[in-house]
Design a protein. Structure first.
Length: 114
């Protein structure tokens, strides 16, 4: 299953324990509604309950992941949060590349100003 988000909007001022966000959810390339989180530690909320159920069932088929020193089952929230984190990292990388050149080599990653 391919899970993706578009139109990500983050509200850092409302983020307490988790990212406060809203985004459009896509499953296997099809728009499946909106997903959002209020940023206070609760679960993600979905405008399409069928999409949420589909993600929950898919998550059950995945192997456990290590987190906080223990193995935990994957959840639908974890799948969406991975997409949110990927989008945030991509945004930060694009911003950094506007003023820096990143060089990847045997010694690791080095950066220089443009």
């Amino acid at each position: 299953m391919k899970i993706a988000i578009k139109n990500l909007k983050i509200n850092r001022t409302l983020s307490e324990e988790t990212n406060c966000f809203s985004a459009t959810l896509y499953i296997n390339g099809q728009k499946r509604g909106e997903v959002y989180n209020r940023g206070c530690g609760g679960c993600n909320e979905y405008s399409d309950r069928h999409a949420e159920t589909e993600l929950i069932e898919y998550a059950k088929t995945l192997p456990e992941r290590e987190a906080f020193g223990t193995m935990l089952p994957v959840s639908s929230d974890w799948l969406v949060d991975d997409c949110v984190e990927d989008e945030l990292m991509l945004k930060d990388l694009k911003k950094a590349l506007k003023v820096r050149v990143l060089v990847v080599g045997e010694g690791g990653i080095r950066e220089t100003r443009k």
